[in-house]
Design a binder for this molecule. Sequence first.
Ligand SMILES: [Zn+2]
Length: 308
Amino acid sequence: MKRVISSLILAGVIGSIAVDARADVKVVTTTEDLAALTREVGGDKVTVDALARGYQDPHFVEAKPSFIVKLHNAQLLVAVGRDLEIGWLPPLITQSRNAAVQPGGRGYLDASLTVRILDMPTGQVTRAMGDVHPQGNPHYWLDPANGRRIAQALQQRLSDLSPGDASYFAQRYADFDKRLAEAEKRWDTAIAPFKGTKIVTYHRSWSNFAEQFGLDVIGYVEPKPGIPPSPSHTLDLMQEMKRQNVKIIAVEPYFDLKTPNAIARDTGAQVLVLAPSVGGVKEASSYIALFDYDINLLVSAIKQTGAK
Ligand SMILES: [Zn+2]
């Protein structure tokens, strides 16, 4: 009986190995944006799990034991990089005991390596000084041109990991590229009449977005990225907003609205909760839907407030 059971177990193991050989590439991404782009390129040849949710601050994510399990089983880990996840990801990678997904490994992709990075510090900046963007702006996915570059890097890496599916990934990438280009035309048309509009944002999340769509970010509710608002900085910001007649304060969904609301009352501006990530609001269900949501919201707010 014992022998029968063990041979059944053995058959089961062999069966699962055989299934694994044909299985999807198991991908873990740190954010929902990277997961959405992986799905665009990977289609049904990948299974994708995002660690952080789109409505969470990606700088500060609470690590869960389930994250370690996901990383242990992953063949590819895709990270935003530029120190975005430095506060929570490195110990999880170590604890995963998965050699493939260690930084530098075949199964580790730093998505920031092939994109356009803004806000590169000119002097010496470290996290010790409180600025959480010491390697340039890590919110670079909010430029569709960078989304395209990330998708291209994903296509290459997925093809390396699963060469038999290379032409499938190439075709999926080409299709995404086409749909993104069509969407970019739509977004550019919608925002063209409002180029140069001055806005304030809570965190410095929107540098790439603003550059791409011609918005002028004149200040931030945070004194520095990652530093909570202070009374003196808020006062300075309100004076500057009045001087420049700024009517829009864009806030990420994970920040307290108390200070933005106080600034809005004092300056006559409108607080706008934009989605900085896929999954930030339910409408932002894909990479393209994210921009559709934000641009629609922004354009209607600009029209409503007469912001310039
Ligand atoms: Zn940031």
